[in-house]
Design a protein around this ligand. Structure first.
Ligand code: AMP
Length: 282
């Protein structure tokens, strides 16, 4: 595995691969890699001739400076994992390499980016669009891999791809969980032992919301009961729980409204001060 630090070198190796008719799989990450990232990398490895994994803590998508400052950084361990997965290129640039000048682009992401994470984290999705569009322009991948843990992010990236006219396939990958149901996240290392005990309740409550639906509750009833159930757990504090159309990210009033792509319930929950996200398909 080659570790690439410059945009120039990334362009060289991906141009060479493309000229040779090889497919290129790109997995964008912010490092502190875990089995969730690994699943994306393995999928990319299975689908493509060349696999590029980027490891870059993108400052423009952090709306909270403390979150950026304390974001876990584990480059050596990340490289070992990527090597072990058979990755060809780890792209690990500096902030100056990616942003030699301030990126002032404002993307017209529309309604998908206005709700939930978009409403709670101003500027977050514009920062995501900035970095992902740069990575797509630099590597020009055949396919790019994203986890469904960040469900809304995938909808936003699809919108960015549409705006920018990138010719590539976005491949969504299922959420990888701990044995007790907690969705893997780089931020889980911040959970205290007590919070770590409580956190799996989020998944349990989301799963029980399926029963409410099965018993005839409407999306709004399920959403209200689920948010209340989360807040009833001592140590959990729901920022929001919304049931939305899995494509448009807009709230649904009836299950039928979402059509064939279905609905998804998206939760953001503070657990011992750590902001966790999870979701469930209906
Ligand atoms: P991050 O490093 O947190 O920006 O995540 C990089 C990619 O890994 C994103 O596409 C995430 O959605 C994905 N990812 C993070 N956690 C998981 C997980 N538990 N299961 C599946 N994909 C994940």
């Amino acid at each position: 595995m080659e570790i690439i630090r410059t945009v120039k070198r990334l362009g060289e190796v991906t141009d060479t691969a493309r000229d040779a008719g090889k497919s290129i799989g790109l997995v964008p990450t912010m490092g502190a890699l875990h089995a969730g990232h690994r699943s994306l990398v393995e999928r990319a490895r299975a689908d493509n001739d060349i696999v590029v994994v980027s490891v870059f803590v993108n400052p423009t998508q952090f709306n909270n400076p403390d979150d950026l400052r304390t974001y876990p950084r584990t480059e050596e361990a990340d490289c070992r994992m990527l090597e072990d997965c058979g990755v060809d290129y780890a792209f690990i640039p500096s902030v100056d390499e990616i942003y030699p000048e301030t990126d002032t682009r404002v993307f017209d992401l529309g309604p998908v980016a206005e709700v939930m994470e978009g409403a709670m984290r101003p500027g977050h999705f514009n920062g995501v669009a900035q970095i992902v569009s740069k990575l797509f322009a630099m590597a020009r991948p055949t396919r790019a891999y994203f986890g469904e843990k960040d469900f809304q992010q995938i909808a936003v990236i699809r919108r960015m791809v549409e705006i920018e006219g990138f010719d590539l396939e976005i491949v969504p990958c299922p959420i990888v969980r701990e044995a007790d149901g907690l969705a893997l996240s780089s931020r889980n290392v911040r959970l205290s032992p007590e919070a770590r005990q409580i956190a799996p309740k989020i998944r349990e409550i989301l799963l029980s919301s399926l029963d409410l639906k099965a018993h005839g509750a409407s999306p709004l009833e399920v959403a209200a009961a689920t948010e209340a159930a989360i807040n009833d757990v001592e140590g959990l504090d729901a920022e929001y729980f919304q049931i939305v159309d899995a494509k448009t990210m807009q709230p649904v009033n009836s299950w039928a409204e979402a059509g064939e792509h279905g609905s998804v319930g998206c939760a953001t929950v503070y657990c011992g001060g750590v902001r966790l996200i999870d979701n469930i398909r209906y």
